[in-house]
Design a protein around this ligand. Structure first.
Ligand SMILES: [Zn+2]
Length: 209
C-alpha cells in the first residue's frame, strides 16, 4: 500500500493519500486544505483518485473536498449525520477567522458495514459518533492501520464540546469498536503523531483502567 500522510491547513489536519501499488487507484482521506499538495502527491505516485473520504465534517478535514472533487471528478463520501455541520461550513470558518471554502456536495453516506475501496485496498467503515454525530474511522485490516479522524489521538481523545459532540458517545465508540481492534493496529489520528491501539489501551488517560 502506498500511504502518504501530511498535515494540511492551519490546524495541521493529517491528510492521507492511500493507493494500490498495482492498479494505481487511490483514495484521499480528509483533504482539509492544500489541494495543490494533495494533487502533487497523487501525481508523484501516478495515482488515479477514486474516492474522497471524510472522517467528519469539521472544516479542517473537509475544507478542500469541493476543490479536489472539481479537479478529479472523484465522489465525496461522508456519514450523513454530519450534514448539519456541512451546512455550517461558513459558521465554522468564522470560528477560525478563515474565509469560507467552497461547499461540497456529498455523493454517498458511509456507515458501519460499508467499505471504502481503491484497487485491492479495502477499508472497513466504523461509525464512531462522539466528536461529531457523523464521525467515522477507517480500518484497513490487511495493513493493520486505523485512520481515526478526531476520535482518538496519541494520549488523548477528540473534543466533545462543539455542536454535535457527546462525551458519552465518544466513550462508547472508543470502548466499543475502536478498542476491539488488535493491539498492533497503527493509528493515524486526525492531528499529531501516529500511535497504536495497544499503546493507547495502556497509556491513554481516557482509556486506561
Ligand atoms: Zn474535528
Amino acid at each position: 500500500m502506498i500511504h502518504e500522510i501530511f498535515p494540511v491547513g492551519p490546524l495541521d489536519c493529517n491528510c492521507s493519500v492511500v493507493g494500490d501499488e498495482q492498479t494505481h487507484e487511490a483514495m484521499v482521506i480528509d483533504p482539509g486544505d492544500n489541494i495543490e499538495k494533495v494533487i502533487a502527491v497523487l501525481q508523484q505516485h501516478n495515482l488515479t483518485l477514486k474516492q474522497i473520504v471524510i472522517t467528519h465534517a469539521h472544516i479542517d478535514h473537509i475544507g478542500g473536498a469541493a476543490k479536489l472533487k472539481r479537479l478529479t471528478g472523484a465522489p465525496v463520501l461522508l456519514n450523513s449525520n454530519d450534514q448539519m455541520l456541512l451546512k455550517m461550513l461558513d459558521v465554522q470558518a468564522s470560528w477560525l477567522g478563515m474565509r469560507p471554502p467552497e461547499n461540497t456536495s456529498v455523493d454517498a453516506s458511509l456507515t458501519t458495514g460499508d467499505k471504502v475501496i481503491a484497487g485491492s485496498l479495502v477499508g472497513d467503515v466504523l461509525h464512531t459518533p462522539g466528536h461529531t454525530e457523523g464521525s467515522i474511522c477507517l480500518y484497513f485490516e490487511a495493513e493493520k492501520t486505523l485512520i481515526a479522524g478526531d476520535t482518538l489521538f496519541a494520549g488523548s481523545i477528540g473534543r466533545t464540546d462543539l455542536p454535535g459532540g457527546s462525551y458519552k458517545k465518544i466513550m462508547e465508540s472508543l470502548l466499543g469498536p475502536v478498542l476491539a481492534l488488535p493491539d498492533e493496529t497503527i493509528v493515524v489520528p486526525g492531528h499529531g503523531p501516529l500511535t497504536t491501539i495497544g499503546e493507547e489501551r495502556v497509556s491513554n488517560p481516557f482509556l486506561a483502567r
